[in-house]
Design a protein around this ligand. Structure first.
Ligand code: GDP
Ligand code: IMO
Ligand code: MG
Length: 430
């Protein structure tokens, strides 16, 4: 039986949602283990698009979906997402959607602080999604977070909200010059979520162990991407959780030996939304063409995504940090029609070639990408369903990625739809 982690290798939006949805056909359980509704995972089924922010992307395949302890969950967003799915005829109930009692809650003051801080930073802002993610993880680390288990006990919940709000209101009013919040209003609002979500709240670690014991296959769905990791990414232009595969264990309550494979999702080029360094970024007509053809707008905030060439320094970093056992190349069709393709193989810094990703943003900002150039293809590959059908230059591009990364490509995606996919070797069937 296989239990696979799916990880973004770049700066997010690699197409994790599509691949998790597709693989969930064979899996039994899908688990989110970090992040929150900063994520936007798109699934397209029979031409209809679904974007999930919190509910794991196995929901359309009617699989058991688990929200692990490692997330920061905005209950308002979760309830809304559940209603949306139900309105689309997708069953969502306590049997198929479970939330860890240990998961942290995003509170209204987290959102307020996120917005007000970004506003205060002006052009030095991170470009967060404004969903309160950083402030919620901050409270988790300083042991002042409020968890779902607290929501289940109205007395404890009320005490915690009142205690923390004194300090948050002081900070909002006196430092951030923002609106303060009323504890009674929060307690009343969250009381409704308590009622709604109570049947879903459980010990997710136990649920995963039981599933594994019964021989079920589990997919761990990463959010964001390796270079948005709080430790390993382009700090401080990162998110506030560990996005690498190791956190699949901490964020869901399993040990590393349960994991049998780690699949890295690689967009055939690179994108980034929000601020921060991006050495292979394109500022020309080719960048615009990729942005338009790839419809590169954020699935959560609608912001235009910055686009650039594929970057092997990033990807080698992702292979090492995540122990990738296989790759999925997505959005290859977006490169159709480009005369030449470039692959960044290293960074030049002060006359030397850096092969590894530098920690210093100053150095990273001064790095010049070193490219190798490959010929492009003019054909439309979106209808092709076998590697052999691809033009030779397309196959050569894939082969070059495999050679440079020394990890096998298991899936190639040529369109947003579930079936617009070529499976070379199925991660859950091999
Ligand atoms: P995620 O956050 O990693 O799940 O990725 P997003 O959903 O934010 O962004 C990926 C976008 O690309 C979505 O709009 C997908 O529908 C779309 N997509 C995924 N795979 C492909 C592909 O192979 N080709 C094309 N053209 N679009 C794709
Ligand atoms: P998925 O799962 C792309 C980025 C934000 C910002 C930084 C910090 O869809 O790939 P945060 O709100 O997390 O404090 O913002 O991280 N970011 C993402 N970028 N895809 C995501 O998720 C992202 N989640 C956060 O744009 O630069
Ligand atoms: Mg996304």
């Amino acid at each position: 039986m296989s239990n696979i982690v799916i990880i973004g290798t770049q700066w997010g939006d690699e197409g994790k949602g599509k691949i998790v949805d597709m693989l969930a056909e064979v899996a039994d359980v899908v688990v989110r283990f970090q992040g929150g509704n900063n994520a936007g995972h798109t699934m397209v089924v029979n031409g209809e698009q679904f974007i999930s922010h919190l509910v794991p992307s196995g929901i359309l395949q009617k699989k058991t979906c688990l929200i692990g302890n490692g997330l920061v969950v905005d209950p308002a967003v979760l309830a809304e997402e559940m209603d949306y799915l139900i309105s689309k005829g997708i069953p969502v109930g306590p049997d198929n959607l479970k939330i860890s009692e240990r998961a942290q809650m995003i509170m209204p003051y987290h959102r307020e602080i996120d917005h007000a801080r970004e506003k205060m930073k002006g052009d030095k802002k991170i470009g967060t999604t404004g969903r309160g993610i950083g402030p919620a993880y901050e409270d988790k680390s300083t042991r002042r977070g409020i968890r779902f288990v607290d929501l289940m006990d109205s007395e404890t919940f009320g005490e915690k909200v009142r205690a923390i709000l004194d300090e948050k209101n002081f900070y909002l009013r006196n430092y951030l010059s923002a609106e303060t919040l009323d504890p009674d209003q929060i307690i009343a609002e969250y009381g409704k979520y308590a009622e709604r979500l109570a049947p879903h709240i459980t010990n997710v670690s136990v649920a995963i162990h039981q599933a594994i014991r019964e021989g079920k296959q589990v997919l761990f769905e990463g959010a964001q991407g390796t270079h948005l990791d709080i430790d390993h990414g382009t700090y401080p232009y990162v998110t506030s959780s560990n996005t690498v595969s190791g956190n699949a264990c901490c964020g869901s309550g399993i040990g590393p030996k349960e994991i049998t494979g780690i699949i890295g999702i690689v967009k055939a080029y690179t994108t980034r939304v929000g601020a921060g360094p991006f050495p292979s970024e394109l500022f020309d007509a080719i960048g615009d063409q990729i942005q338009e053809k790839g419809a590169e707008f954020g699935a959560t905030t609608g912001r235009r995504r910055r686009c650039g060439w594929l970057d092997m320094v990033l990807l080698r970093n992702a292979v090492r940090l995540n122990s990738l056992t296989g790759l999925v190349i997505t959005k290859l069709d977006v490169l159709d029609g480009l005369k030449e393709l470039r692959i960044c193989t290293g960074y030049e810094y002060e006359g030397k070639i850096l092969n590894d990703f530098p920690a210093s943003l100053k150095i990273l900002g001064a790095c010049k990408p070193v490219y190798e150039t490959l010929p492009g293809w003019s054909e439309d590959i979106s209808g092709m369903r076998k590697l052999e059908d691809f033009p030779k230059n397309t196959r050569d591009y894939l082969q070059r990625i495999e050679t440079l990364l020394e990890v096998p490509i298991q899936i190639v995606s040529v369109g947003p739809g579930r079936d617009e996919t070529i499976i070379v070797s199925h991660p859950l069937k091999s």
